[in-house]
Design a protein around this ligand. Sequence first.
Ligand code: COA
Length: 173
Amino acid sequence: MADLQILPATSEMVSEIVLLEEACFSAPWTRKMLEAELTGNPFAHFLVALRQDRSEGRAESEILGYHCFWIVFEELRLMNLAVRESMRRQGVGKALVLEACRLGSEQAATRAILEVRASNDAARSLYTHLGFMQVGRRPQYYTQPTEDAILMEKNPLVLSDWRQPERSVPLRR
Ligand SMILES: CC(C)(COP(=O)(O)OP(=O)(O)OC[C@H]1O[C@@H](n2cnc3c(N)ncnc32)[C@H](O)[C@@H]1OP(=O)(O)O)[C@@H](O)C(=O)NCCC(=O)NCCS
C-alpha cells in the first residue's frame, strides 16, 4: 500500500503543482504566482501531499495535493488548497490543513482565516469539519465566474479538540 507524506514543497515540484492547480481551479494561479509564494514571500509556506510507493522495489512519488498558507504574526491565512480529483475524500485535504494549523500554532498564530467560493460545498464542508465557522461574506469577490466569498475563521486556533495531525496517511488506492 502507498503512503501519503505531508512535506514542504520545493522549487523542483512547481511544474507538477501548476498542472494540479490548472486541473482544479477555474481561475488558477499562474506559475509565476506559485513561484513567488514558494520562494519570494517571507510569510508564505507551501506543503505538498506526496504519495510514495515503495512496494515491489518501486520508488515512485506523485503529488496528490498542495496547500499554500501564510503565517502573519498571530494570524494563519489559508490561501490555496487543492487535491487531485481521483484522490479526494481520503483525508488528503484534511491532512494538509491540519499540518498548516500545527505549524501556525507552533509559530504563535492564535487564529486561522480563509475565503472560499460560496458554491464550493466540498471546501466549505472540509473547513466546517475542522471547526471553522462562517464570519462574513464578501459580495462578488471572485471572478471567472463572479461569485461571493465566504469568510471563515477558526478562533482560537486550538489543536486540542482535533485528532493528532496526520503527517502520514494510509491511502486506499
Ligand atoms: C476541497 C478539497 C481540497 C477537499 O479535499 P479532500 O482531500 O477531498 O478532503 P478530505 O478527504 O480531507 O475531507 C475531509 C472532510 O471534509 C468534508 N468533505 C470533503 N469533501 C467533501 C465533499 N465533496 N462533500 C461533502 N463533504 C466533504 C468531509 O467532512 C470529509 O470527511 P469524510 O470524508 O470523513 O466525510 C478538494 O475537494 C479539492 O481539491 N477541491 C478543488 C479545489 C478547491 O476547491 N480548493 C479549495 C479552495 S478554498
